[in-house]
Design a protein around this ligand. Structure first.
Ligand SMILES: *[C@@H]1O[C@H](CO)[C@@H](O)[C@H](O)[C@H]1NC(C)=O
Ligand SMILES: *[C@@H]1O[C@H](CO)[C@@H](O)[C@H](O)[C@H]1NC(C)=O
Ligand SMILES: *[C@@H]1O[C@H](CO)[C@@H](O)[C@H](O)[C@H]1NC(C)=O
Ligand SMILES: *[C@@H]1O[C@H](CO)[C@@H](O)[C@H](O)[C@H]1NC(C)=O
Ligand SMILES: *[C@@H]1O[C@H](CO)[C@@H](O)[C@H](O)[C@H]1NC(C)=O
Ligand SMILES: *[C@@H]1O[C@H](CO)[C@@H](O)[C@H](O)[C@H]1NC(C)=O
Length: 936
């Protein structure tokens, strides 16, 4: 009964969740704000489903998808074979203007776009945009098709994006662009062949004109006629010359093999891609920013000298363009990027005139040296080069330098001087860069943290991740700064050499006054697992953290979670987990673990007849379960011993001296169950000791004497039979079963706390079956145990899951493997969910973004509502937080809050998952639908 009760509770919770999240996972007939099929077209238009903002319909047998966000966005794709004027198309329940309407592949309707959209209750708002993309070549667009639209933005494009260049251009009728609304501010044309005078009558309010692959008219003529045109984007493989004089343009972006460009007096920003000659001609008085890409000819000497106002220049992906005297006379230059330009060397005087330069970016070249740098320079970035340590020497003399980013410069690996090489000057070339706040040297192959960097008092951020720094001493950990700072040493094979002497020294470091404590975050991880070498370091982290950097949080490849790739903070490891395996010196069949203050000897089931001797002093734990030890002598019990496991041996006799040692004043524990213990009066010393400190025996409730009596009882009686009975024994017999009963009762009875307690137990791998529903109820005849729903980006998790679960005998349905080719996808989803006892959803960001994956979730959810046991199991993939799912989707929130979910990262994940997916009765696998019936 309690099982049913639990199932009912769970489903009650789910149903409430359904009400909360109903809008998102709506059923087959969307009742939300989305488009609806008209009743009189109920034969030709059927609403199939919806998911977030996507609505799916079947119109005359064709699948049609509409994306709709109230007052924002409407998108219809006509590609499937519907026409915009089709009366069967679903319409919005209310007429409302939208900010953006996108029509993909919709031929101009005879009555025009405005009328055809109005029939669907769709209109473009006054400041809105209409995008006619992937336009069919025929029929040609005419002015009449665009009549009656109120628009601020119009896009007309033939192309299917970069991946699918059009075979032939769009050929609008000569009058197509002559009657555009006067309110139009933005016009974008892509892949069209226009009549020579097609642009003659553009609306005078036009502010941005984009022409990409548009042939026909000479753009320059149109530009001077547009008084408000401030922005021009032009991509034209044939354009050789452009004259912008007389235009109002301020922002110009040109992709063309230009040989001559004449700038207009108002141009402030210029971008040129693929120009054959990037000389700046015309009037450049207003010019402030220039960006060049894919310019392969050398820029002329004194390229910027005429344009005295240019402050920012970026020359990108232009091998051969730079390296001469192009920057001579560039006196106003403040920021310069020269990236992917194949630079091997630069003239020393390259920046001689750029005295105001503040920021320089030379990333992705092949530079070994730097040119002379202006004294005003504040930021230098030169990642992915071949800079040598000597190249950095002059940087110390730059008084204003604040940020230096030199990641990926392999020759810098020796910049601290070779350690151990006493003859060399071990100062780094940056020892005088006292103004530095940021120093980034990631992935440079560095072997050391240069000592002089600790003297750079302003340095607040030091990034050294991904280097080859393998050893840090106690000194390297002290990084005292007046301000908050961080040192990133992650992805280095770091081992901290922190000795016992260092530990003793740290004990005498006084804690800092609270106000003066400036936190330095030292980020460390280690490639290898932490072991006994890290023991003193771990101790100091716990006991005197201020002595080694205030917020140091070193991570270890966790011994326990190493298989899952997990890391644990060194601080969180128990000290005795920091052991080294020294089994080579061990008695046969045993493992020996050791750390500076002790050792463990682990000899379970090793066939031992006597207690083995530890190879080293300081034995802490001795595990001997499942051996043949018959007698325990005093010599077997070192004074340092804390835990002795002798369960399941042949132990009959414990020497009185051994009993005295085991039960002395030091805290210890012993396991004795599964031994034929002698409980006669001859064993009185043991029984007395036991009666004095019974809790010292961990498994007392199970321990018995050779004659079958419970050991606890024998110990209690022994005092009477051979002495006097202690009072504790009377209580103990009652106590143990009572506690067990209380636990069981708590699992089953009290409804108020049951849910929380169940979750508590579930998370610890207990109470699994209660939490996940009874097995018996699952013994139905569905062909699959689980349908796995995931985004294809998460394929590797699905693969791992399949491999492990199928090995555990579960039958899984995966769409790429088990779906029938050609069947409609929504139908496949429905079938898969129906034919599996569980639907397993692998939740991730990718999943939330995938329309089909969400459709699967919705289907599983719908199916789940009809049943008593949880059919839907949520698995949170690594990096995905339950809270994230909740925020993304109200329906998911309802699940995540009320229903058990599993985390891939959970240590018990595979066990819980296998239990949550009971294997069903084994019917024959589904025959393909067309298979003939077997002969009688
Ligand atoms: C379709 O609409 C007609 C009336 O136009 C109605 O008689 C019929 O029942 C409707 N069919 C369905 C399946 O709703
Ligand atoms: C369009 O919206 C109006 C209300 O704004 C509504 O009365 C009408 O039925 C809708 N048209 C269609 C075809 O749904
Ligand atoms: C222009 O169109 C041609 C083919 O029609 C294509 O190869 C080229 O990449 C297009 N250029 C741009 C800038 O889209
Ligand atoms: C660079 O421009 C030339 C024409 O000037 C063109 O042929 C080439 O494809 C362009 N390369 C890139 C990477 O854009
Ligand atoms: C430096 O330039 C490279 C290439 O353009 C770019 O990726 C990087 O972000 C730039 N850095 C800064 C700080 O501008
Ligand atoms: C890292 O340094 C060690 C010596 O300390 C050297 O053997 C190894 O090759 C270096 N690894 C890399 C990637 O430079």
């Amino acid at each position: 009964m309690p099982l049913l009760l639990w199932g009912a509770l769970l489903w009650g919770a789910l149903l409430r969740g359904a009400l909360l999240g109903g809008a998102l996972l709506g059923g087959d007939a969307p009742e939300g704000p989305g488009p609806r099929c008209a009743a009189r077209h109920n034969l030709s238009c059927t609403a199939k489903s919806s998911s977030a903002d996507d609505y799916f319909y079947l119109i005359r047998g064709k699948q049609v998808k509409i994306t709709y966000i109230e007052s924002q966005y409407f998108k219809l794709a006509c590609e499937a074979g519907v026409a915009l004027g089709d009366p069967a198309l679903p319409a919005l329940p209310r007429a409302a203007p939208l900010a953006r309407v996108v029509l993909l592949g919709c031929a101009p309707p005879p009555a025009g776009y405005a009328a055809a959209l109005a029939a669907l209750n769709v209109s473009v708002g006054a400041g809105g945009a209409l995008e006619l993309r992937e336009q069919p070549a025929a029929p040609a667009l005419r002015a009449a098709h665009l009549a009656g639209l109120r628009l601020a933005e119009l896009e007309l494009a033939r192309g299917g994006g970069l991946t699918r260049p059009p075979d032939e251009p769009l050929r609008p009728h000569a009058d197509a662009l002559t009657a555009l609304p006067a309110s139009l501010r933005v016009l974008r044309l892509r892949h069209a062949a226009l009549q020579p005078d097609a642009l003659r009558a553009l609306p005078p309010a036009l502010g941005w004109l984009l022409l990409e692959n548009v042939t026909g008219p000479a753009p320059a003529a149109a530009l001077v006629r547009l008084p408000a045109l401030e922005r021009l984007t032009l991509a034209d493989a044939a354009l050789r010359r452009l004259d912008l004089r007389g235009s109002a343009l301020r922002d110009v972006s040109l992709t063309a093999p230009l040989r001559e460009l004449l700038l207009g007096a108002r141009v402030e920003r210029l971008t040129l891609r693929g120009a054959l000659d990037a000389t700046l001609r015309g009037d450049c008085a207003a010019l402030r920013e220039v960006q060049l890409q894919n310019v392969t000819r050398a820029l002329p000497a004194r390229w910027l000298a005429r344009c005295a106002g240019v402050r920012r220049v970026a020359v990108l992906r232009s091998p051969g363009a730079l390296g001469g005297e192009e920057l001579a006379g560039a006196r106003a230059l403040r920021e310069l990027d020269a990236c992917w330009c194949g630079l091997r060397e630069l003239p020393a005087q390259w920046l001689a005139d750029a005295a105001q330069l503040r920021a320089l970016n030379l990333s992705h070249n092949a530079l070994r040296r730097l040119p002379a740098l202006p004294g005003a320079l504040q930021e230098l970035r030169a990642t992915h080069n071949r800079l040598e340590p000597a190249a950095l020497q002059p940087l110390g003399a730059l008084p204003a330098l604040r940020a230096l980013v030199l990641d990926h410069n392999a020759p810098l690996r020796d910049m601290c001087g070779r350690s151990g090489d006493l003859d060399t000057n071990t100062l780094s070339p940056l020892d005088r860069a006292h103004g530095l706040r940021l120093l980034s040297l990631q992935r440079c192959g560095l072997r050391d943290v240069c000592r002089d960097w600790r003297a750079l008092r302003q340095l607040a951020e030091l990034r050294l991740s991904g280097n080859n720094i393998s050893s840090l001493g106690a000194d390297d950990l002290r990084w005292e700064r007046a301000q908050r700072s961080s040192v990133d040493l992650r992805l280095n094979p770091v081992r901290v050499d922190f000795s016992h002497a260092d530990y003793l020294a740290a004990l005498s470091v006084a804690p800092p006054a609270a106000a003066a404590a400036a936190a330095t975050e030292l980020l460390l991880d280690t490639a290898q697992r932490c072991d006994c070498h890290d023991y003193w370091f771990a101790r100091v982290l716990r006991e005197r953290p201020w002595a080694v950097g205030a917020t140091l949080e070193p991570l270890c490849a966790g011994p326990a979670s190493a298989a899952a790739g997990g890391h644990r903070a060194l601080r969180d490891l128990r000290l005795h987990e920091l052991a080294c395996d020294v089994s080579q010196d061990c008695p046969a069949g045993c493992r020996c673990l050791e750390w500076p203050t002790g050792a463990d000897l682990l000899c379970e089931r090793a066939g031992l007849a006597a207690v083995p001797r530890a190879p080293r002093p300081g034995l802490r734990e001795l595990r001997l379960a499942g051996n043949d030890v018959a007698e325990l002598r005093a010599a077997d019990v070192p004074a340092s011993l804390e835990r002795l496991d002798l369960s399941d041996n042949r132990l009959a006799r414990v020497e009185p001296a051994a009993a005295a040692l085991l039960w002395d004043a030091r805290p210890r524990s012993v396991l004795l169950a599964g031994n034929p213990l002698d409980c006669s009066c001859a064993a009185l010393p043991l029984l007395r000791a036991l009666a004095g400190r019974p809790t010292r025996v961990e498994d007392l409730a199970r321990a018995r004497c050779a004659d079958g009596r419970p050991l606890a009882e024998a110990a209690a009686r022994a005092a009477g039979a051979c002495g006097a009975p202690p009072a504790w024994a009377l209580a103990l017999g009652a106590l143990v079963p009572a506690a067990a009963a209380a636990l069981a009762a708590a699992c089953l009875v009290r409804p108020a706390t049951r849910h929380r307690l169940k979750r508590f137990l579930f998370e610890r791998g207990l109470c699994l079956r209660w939490a996940l529903g009874a097995r018996a109820a699952d013994a139905d005849a569905r062909p699959y145990d689980a349908f796995v729903s995931f985004s294809h980006h998460d394929q590797r998790y699905a693969d791992e899951l399949t491999r492990r679960l199928e090995r555990a005998g579960r039958r899984l349905c995966l769409h790429e493997r088990d779906w029938l080719p050609g069947e409609w996808i929504p139908a496949q989803i429905a079938r898969s969910v129906r034919e599996a006892r569980r639907t397993l959803v692998l939740l991730s960001e990718h999943f939330l973004r995938s329309t089909w994956a969400r459709a699967e979730l919705r289907e599983a959810y719908g199916a789940a509502l009809g049943e008593r046991h949880p059919r839907l199991l949520l698995v949170l993939l690594p990096g995905f937080e339950a809270a994230r799912a909740a925020a993304a989707d109200p329906a998911l929130r309802a699940y995540v809050e009320r229903v058990t979910y599993l985390s891939w990262d959970d240590a018990h994940f595979w066990r819980k998952l296998t239990l949550a997916l009971p294997a069903g009765a084994r019917p024959a696998p589904l025959a393909p639908p067309a298979a003939p019936p077997p002969p009688p």
